[in-house]
Design a protein around this ligand. Structure first.
Ligand code: PMP
Length: 425
């Protein structure tokens, strides 16, 4: 959003003055928030917004059990990983119980970017390769290395030599055979790397393809591509920052929907429900080889407060049955949106799994002509109806529907009604 077009006064001017060009405020007229609870955020003027653009407070904004765990731990002890503090190992064991067996070492970090940066370096060390394959509108983070493997972050210039991108796994690029087409594209990318004198270190993908525009179906389509990379000695880095922690409804991790065995798993955003934490799970041998060369220490990564937050999140997902809840409410939401789409000439396609849905918007009766301008108008109109929503995808014309997992059927219905009104403008 280009906030320079909006009235840059008061709080907006202050933010611009403080952050300069790195300011990332939403909306031409940004909102000042004062509180949040469940799926709702409250603005300074008292307006309550239904939050559909925030998968960090995944078990619900200000969830009392997470708040309680964090408060108790920070009032007791917070320190780095150089001491034995049982809550950290309790957390690591609870997390590992969710991961495939071979990935039995977990390094905790503070952001998804750090986790992916480490994963890419571990992959290079493990394979002796230098090259990476990503999707064409992927975002994996903000460190120097990860930015270079994040096409959506690169505003100028192309990818470096060691990164090759493939089109996102949708019908537009691969027709009806997404699994076969995507595998062929990944194989061509490996051939391109070899042509450049580079061996593949890893194929890195977020299995819900969040910034590419949400591509979830058919489950399993990723498997042939991943196996082709692994057959050539490359690794698969499953970036679970977006699909992980039960969001897809049918599985705890996104990669599980595809029946694949990742070599490295990275995670972040929903992990601490807002407390900044992230992590990378790898095979002990891969991590050991990496640590022989450079070692790894992260001052705040895995601190006891983060561990307490993470443990509370895992418990809440379990106790409140949030994975199954995401499946049920997500199916209801998708069905409702599809019903609206049937009578809305500017809705091209709806995709997704659980509480992660993408809605392509287009020119009237022209599903192959994405319309970013219309998408912005829909986003603004939905705000007027009290719903926060953002866009993603190659053309910026895909609504990224991603509410907290505690969303109720009534809240889903509110969203559907606001969407129905907005796409008719
Ligand atoms: N991977 C994916 C798929 C992401 O969406 C993001 C953040 N949007 C990251 C990695 C980076 O995470 P962080 O912002 O915590 O560094």
């Amino acid at each position: 959003f280009d906030i320079s077009q909006g009235g840059a006064d008061g709080a907006v001017a202050r933010r611009l003055d403080n952050l300069g060009a790195a300011s990332v405020l939403f909306y031409r007229e940004p909102i000042e928030m004062v509180a949040a609870e469940g799926a709702w955020m409250v603005a300074k003027d008292g307006t309550r917004y239904l939050d559909f653009y925030n998968n960090v407070p995944s078990v619900g904004h200000s969830h009392p059990k997470v708040v309680e765990a964090v408060t108790r731990q920070i009032g007791t002890l917070n320190t780095n990983m150089r001491y034995l503090v049982p809550v950290v190992d309790d957390y690591l064991e609870a997390l590992k119980a969710k991961l495939p067996d071979p990935l039995s070492n977990v390094v905790l970090t503070c952001s998804g970017s750090e986790a992916n940066d480490l994963a890419m370096r571990v992959a290079r060390r493990a394979t002796g390769g230098q090259g990476f394959i990503v999707t064409e509108t992927a975002y994996h983070g903000n460190t120097s290395l990860v930015t270079e493997a994040s096409p959506s972050a690169l505003k100028r210039g192309g990818l470096p030599d060691y990164v090759v991108s493939v089109p996102a796994p949708g019908h537009a690029a691969y027709g009806s055979d997404i699994a076969g087409g995507f595998k062929a594209a990944v194989e061509a990318a490996m051939a391109e790397l070899e042509h450049r004198g580079l061996k593949v270190a890893a194929f890195m993908a977020d299995s819900i393809f969040s910034s590419d525009g949400i591509f979830a179906d058919p489950p399993g389509f990723l498997r042939p591509a991943v196996e082709a990379v692994q057959a050539r000695g490359g690794l698969y880095i499953a970036d679970e920052v977006q699909p992980g922690f039960a969001r897809s409804g049918t599985a705890f991790w996104g990669f599980e929907r595809h029946g694949i065995a990742p070599d490295i798993v990275t995670m972040g955003k929903p992990m601490g429900n807002g407390f900044p934490m992230a992590g990378m799970a790898a095979r002990p041998a891969h991590l050991a080889a990496f640590c022989e060369d450079v070692g790894y220490f992260n001052t705040f990564g895995g601190n006891p407060v983060a561990a307490a937050a993470g443990l509370a999140v895992l418990r809440v997902i379990e106790e409140e049955g949030l994975q199954e809840h995401a499946r049920i409410v997500g199916a209801h939401l998708k069905a409702g949106l599809e019903e609206v789409a049937a009578g809305a000439p500017r809705v091209a396609e709806i995709r997704g799994s659980g509480l992660f849905v993408g809605v392509d918007l287009c020119e009237t009766d022209a599903p192959d002509r994405p319309d970013a301008g219309f998408t912005l108008r829909v986003i603004d109109a939905m705000r007027e109806s009290g719903v926060l929503i953002g866009a993603a995808g190659r053309y910026g014309a895909t609504l990224k529907v991603r509410p907290p997992l505690c969303l109720s059927i009534e809240e889903a219905d509110r969203f559907i009604a606001a969407f129905d009104k907005a796409v008719r403008i």
